[in-house]
Design a protein around this ligand. Sequence first.
Ligand code: 5GP
Ligand code: MN
Length: 332
Amino acid sequence: MEKYKAIVELIKKSENILISSHKSPDGDSIGSSLALYHFIISLGKNPVVCHADKAANYINWVAGAHDIVLFEENPEKATALFKNSDLIFCLDYNSADRVGKDLEPLLIASKAKKVMIDHHMNPSDFCDIIVSETTVCSTSQLIFELIDQSGNLNLLNEHIGVPIYLGIMTDTGSFRFPSVQARTHDILADLIRAGIKHHEIHEKVMDTNTVDRLQLRGFVISEKLELIKDFPVAIMSLTEDELNRYNYQKGDTDGLVNVALSLEGIQVAAFFAEKDGQVKISFRSKGDYYVNVLAGDNFEGGGHKYAAGGISFEPIQPTIERFKALIPEYFK
Ligand code: 5GP
Ligand code: MN
C-alpha cells in the first residue's frame, strides 16, 4: 500500500516518464504498459511507452499501442527517450537483460529513478523501487493494485481497464491457471463495472486467425508432434523452412505449446521454433513439474514455474536432442 502511494507521488513529481517492458512483448507487456500509460495520463502527465520491438497483431489493437516507440523502428527516438527520462517503469521483467541487447545499455546508463513492477521470481537489484509479487498472475493485475491501493480507483475507465483485462487473460490462459486468485476475479468484476466489454476483448485476441496460421497449427499437430516414451512429455517443433511455408507472421506460433500440454496425461510440453538461425523454446508444465529452472539451467532462459522460455544457438535438431537427453534426470 505505502509502496504504491510512493510510486504515485513519484509520478506526480516527474516530468519525463518512460514505460518499458521486455523484448518480444506479450499480452501482459502490452496490457501492463498501456494500462499504466492511460493511468498516468489520467493523473495529468504525458508518459511514453518504449519497447524493443513490435507486438503481434492479436494484442496490438489496444488504444495507445500505435503510439508505442519501438527501438527496432526508431532507435534515435528510443535512445533520446531513455536519456531524457527522469522516471522509468520496468514492467513484467525481473532483470535488465530482458529488454534485449539494444535497450539494456540505455536502461542501465539512465540516471532516471527506476520502478520495477513484476511477477517473475528473483528480481535483480537495478531499480529504486521494486514491486515483485510472484504469486500474482500478471503484471497487469499489479497495475490494478497500484491504481486501487494508491486510492485512485475513481480514475478507472475503459482505456485503463481493457489492457488490464487483456494482460490478465493472456497470462492466465483465459483465467484457468493456478495463479488465478479470488482477487483476480474481484478485479475482473470491477473492470466490467467500469465498462469494458470482455467478449469483444476475447474476440479480438482469439478470433483473428488467418488461414495460414490455422494450417500451420494443423501441420504441426499432424506432422510434428512427438510423445516421449515412458515420460509424460510432448514436444513440437518447426524449422524456419516450415514456418516460411505457412507465411509465418509474428504471433502465429503463440500458444501452440499449450496444444501439446492439452494431451491427456502430459505434464510437460516443449515447443521449438527456428527463427533467424536461433531456436526459441517455450516450455509449459502442470502439477509437480516446474520448467523455469530447466529453462534457466539449460537454455539461457527462465520464467514462471509452469510457463518458461529459453533460447539455443545450436541448430534445431541437436537442440531437441539436448532437451530429450535431460528428461530422465529431470523426472528422477
Ligand atoms: P513464451 O513461451 O510465451 O515465450 O514464454 C513464457 C514465459 O517464459 C514468459 O512469460 C517469460 O516469463 C518466460 N520467458 C520466455 N522466454 C524467456 C527468456 O528468453 N528468458 C527469460 N528469463 N524468460 C523467458
Ligand atoms: Mn507477465
